[in-house]
Design a protein around this ligand. Structure first.
Ligand SMILES: Cc1ncc(COP(=O)(O)O)c(C=O)c1O
Length: 364
């Protein structure tokens, strides 16, 4: 209905219609955030956040070695240097200790990724960052509705970036993103970067076609925003089902010795975006063989980020591999992903457990 209304309105864009602003207001309010800037993707959200913070050539930005590529590529697009930090053994999120070791006088920002729906340890990161006046940008692409202590993720750092890609916790019709922030000046600059660096409209509401700085076309469409408004109303319900599915799997898979179900820190409420397990190395089972065998049983399973970012050719071949990240490197050979989104049925979860038990017996 909302999407049809957006199409029928004939005002299909952020510049001509009102859906995008409505979505920004609703998503911002859901977080009790100062404001929200909708973007064409989560990658664009991170890009405008870093760009608006002034990240550029000569700056270093700390990013976790174990995450999706888009947590780090905006750093390169801004002409800055990505510096990879190791991740925490249990939460798989960026380690504040490793960040502290790698901070320099050139560090401009830290990208705190709330990976798989588990919040990064924000207090520890903010403390390290404050010691040098470094900004913390949250990459909450996988963590809508997760909590760090009493705070929704995305509201803790200077800006919180979200993705609405089709498999995310909510989607804006396939692609989309947003940044929330309480910093008005930052929000204004992010809006400008999203739309060709253009200055505000003139008094009569006419566009001035006057461009203050280099920007992009990172705008969301009316149809995406209309879909997002509907999805947002269902976010609480989606999170409940995801968490229930994840809880059930942890009960069942926790009984299988070689499997370590996802850890949830005391400070965290997980959003159960993806269900990531560790295949304990002492079981002596090769992860690739295990995943192939479980997949052959008809289970939608895959390895989780088998190549750490420092080893990705896009970074490695450009000289950005940096210091070793031993935990990220080890985890890349131990993790696998199961799906817990709201359309996964109880019988599907039982099928996962049956298939995994069978494969473990066969490969042990
Ligand atoms: C951790 C993380 N950061 C950033 C992104 C980028 O989001 P998008 O695909 O919407 O550009 C994703 C998307 O998968 C992600 O998982």
């Amino acid at each position: 209905m909302a999407v049809a209304e957006a199409v029928r309105s004939g005002r299909l864009t952020q510049l001509t219609g009102s859906f995008v602003r409505d979505f920004e207001v609703a998503f911002g309010q859901w977080h009790n955030a100062g404001d929200c800037v909708a973007t064409s993707s989560g990658t664009a959200a991170i890009h405008v956040a870093l760009g608006a913070l002034g990240v550029g050539p000569g700056d270093e930005v700390l990013v976790p070695a174990h995450t999706f590529i888009a947590s780090a590529t905006p750093v390169l697009h801004q002409g800055a240097t990505p510096v990879f930090a190791d991740v925490d053994e249990k939460t798989f999120c960026i380690s504040a200790e490793s960040v502290a070791e790698r901070l320099t006088e050139r560090t401009k920002a830290i990208v705190a990724v709330h990976l798989n729906g588990h919040p990064a340890d924000m207090d520890a990161l903010l403390e390290v960052a404050a010691s040098r006046g470094v900004a913390v940008v949250e990459d909450a692409a996988q963590a809508h509705g997760a909590f760090y202590k009493d705070c929704k993720v995305g509201t803790i750092g200077v800006a919180g970036c979200f993705s609405f890609w089709e498999d995310k916790i909510i989607t804006t019709a396939g692609e989309g993103g947003a940044v929330i922030s309480d910093d008005e000046a930052l929000v204004e600059r992010m809006r400008r970067m999203r739309h060709h660096g253009e200055g505000a409209v003139e008094d009569a509401g006419e566009r001035a076609y006057y461009h203050l700085e280099l920007g992009y076309n990172f705008r969301m469409t009316s149809v995406q925003a209309a879909a997002g408004l509907v999805q947002l109303r269902r976010l609480g319900e989606y999170l409940d089902v995801r968490r229930r599915n994840a809880g059930y799997l942890s009960e069942r898979l926790g009984e299988l010795e070689p499997i370590e179900p996802p850890f949830v820190a005391d400070y965290a409420v997980h959003s159960a975006y993806k269900y990531i397990c560790r295949l304990r190395p002492d079981a002596g089972i090769d992860i690739a063989r295990f995943v192939a065998a479980v997949a052959a049983e008809g289970v939608p399973v895959s390895r989780r980020y088998p190549t750490p970012l420092p080893q990705q050719p896009v970074f490695r071949d450009a000289g950005f591999a940096g210091a070793p990240c031993p935990v990220a490197e080890r985890l890349s050979g131990e993790l696998f992903t199961l799906l817990v989104h709201p359309t996964v049925q109880a019988a599907d979860l039982d099928d996962y457990v049956t298939a995994i038990s069978k494969v473990l017996k066969a490969l042990a």
